[in-house]
Structure formats: C-alpha cells, structure tokens
Design a protein around this ligand. Sequence first.
Ligand SMILES: CC(C)(COP(=O)(O)OP(=O)(O)OC[C@H]1O[C@@H](n2cnc3c(N)ncnc32)[C@H](O)[C@@H]1OP(=O)(O)O)[C@@H](O)C(=O)NCCC(=O)NCCS
Length: 220
Amino acid sequence: METNYIIRRMQDKDIPQALEIDHEAFPTQWPHPTYASIKHELRNHLAHYMVAINPLDPRSEGVKKTDDDHNFGHRLLQIKHLFDHDRFFGEEKTSSTTDYLVGIAGSWTMLDEAHIITIATRGNCRRQGIGELLLISVIDMVTQLKSNIVTLEVRVSNTPAQALYEKYSFRKVGLRRRYYSDNGEDAFIMTVEDITSASFQSLFQQLKEAHRKERADLYA
Ligand SMILES: CC(C)(COP(=O)(O)OP(=O)(O)OC[C@H]1O[C@@H](n2cnc3c(N)ncnc32)[C@H](O)[C@@H]1OP(=O)(O)O)[C@@H](O)C(=O)NCCC(=O)NCCS
C-alpha cells in the first residue's frame, strides 16, 4: 500500500498529538512536557522539531485530500524533497487542518554540535521504518545546519533505540550515572562524529538508499 509519508517541521497544531506520542513513549518521565513547554521550544531558534505524518490515515484531514502543490502547507517536507533546504528552513505556510502524526523528533544545535532530545514513534507504528526515517531526517537537517557532531542520551535498558543509533554509527562514549530521575537509571552518551566527512556521508547515503529500498511504502 502506498503511504508516501511526510516529514515536516512541527507546528503548534501538532502539539496535542506530540504530547500523546511523548507520553506513550516515555510514560515514567517526569516532568512531562506540556503544551506550553513545547510551544516555547518551537519558538527557540536553537531547537528543531519535526513530525512524521501518515497521509492515508483517516485522521489526516488535510493531507489526504491534497495531491497538488496548491496545498503545499500540508506537504511542506515530503520525503522525496526531504533534502531540499528551503522546504525545511524556508518560510512555512501553516494550516489549521489536522495531520495524523506517527512520530516526532527534536534536536538542539549549538555551534557544531547537535543534541537529539527526542525521537519517538507511536506504539502501534513501530518497526515500520519510521524511527529510522526520523533519524535520517534529523541527521540531514543538522548537517545542513553545519553540525559536525551529533550526541544524545539513551537509557542503558533501551536496546531498540541503541540499535537504531548504532546502525547510524553512533558509539557509546560515556555513561551518565542515575541520569533518569524516575528510576535512577544510567544513560549511555552516544555520539557520532565528523558527520560532514566524506566517509560518514558515503555510509549515510548507503544507509538512506537501503532504507528507501527496504521501506519503499514510506516513500511511494
Ligand atoms: C526507538 C524507536 C524510536 C524506534 O522506532 P521504530 O519506528 O520502531 O524504528 P524503525 O522501525 O525505524 O527501526 C529502525 C532500526 O531501529 C532498530 N530497532 C528498532 N526497534 C527495535 C527493536 N524492538 N529491537 C531491536 N532493534 C530495533 C533496528 O536497528 C532497526 O533497523 P532494522 O529494521 O534494519 O532492524 C521506538 O522504539 C520508540 O519510539 N521507542 C520509545 C521512545 C524511545 O525510546 N526513544 C528513544 C529515546 S533515546
């Protein structure tokens, strides 16, 4: 089935669903983000949040009706144009229609370092390539922002996420003891360096190509 998923910048109208996804993915996190805290983040020029949308889900009011560029606001960053700078960083047209979010990702960039704050897919949408699509999108975006290092924290027990990051050459470079206040769990610090290097970019292109082939339904 063709789905033609869309990745675009998060907008205020997405916040309720982003909160839903966040609460489901990180149920024990405290404090939970709130509508106000995410709205604040979306206005922080160091922060970059994106969403993955399933346009064929009946809850995607705006996107499923549109198949042309007149409704470009809904399709701001369609995957086939994912790497076009203007579609992510250019002036954004917003709309009030609802798009059904299947995943979210957020990062901060400071100087040449990007920090992934969150990546999460809805529980019933996992293992379909969406988390990887979001990670690809984050790496592409921060590369365009001239970051050279990407770093993040991940629970030592979170082996699915670690496997995702390791696939993209993130390595465990340290441990933050008792980083998570809910249960005192440690965090691995995982980092990938030199993302602008020819060797990383070559590997990244191969991984993107493989994802595009294996998950053709996302790109249809
Ligand atoms: C981590 C998470 C974002 C992965 O999203 P997803 O959409 O299921 O991931 P994908 O289907 O794109 O999988 C991509 C890769 O991740 C790894 N992966 C994902 N789920 C996995 C699992 N359950 N077990 C092992 N590896 C897994 C694999 O390397 C996979 O590549 P493969 O398909 O070639 O094996 C998702 O499990 C999630 O939202 N978890 C809760 C939130 C969270 O922990 N976020 C990370 C915080 S640091």
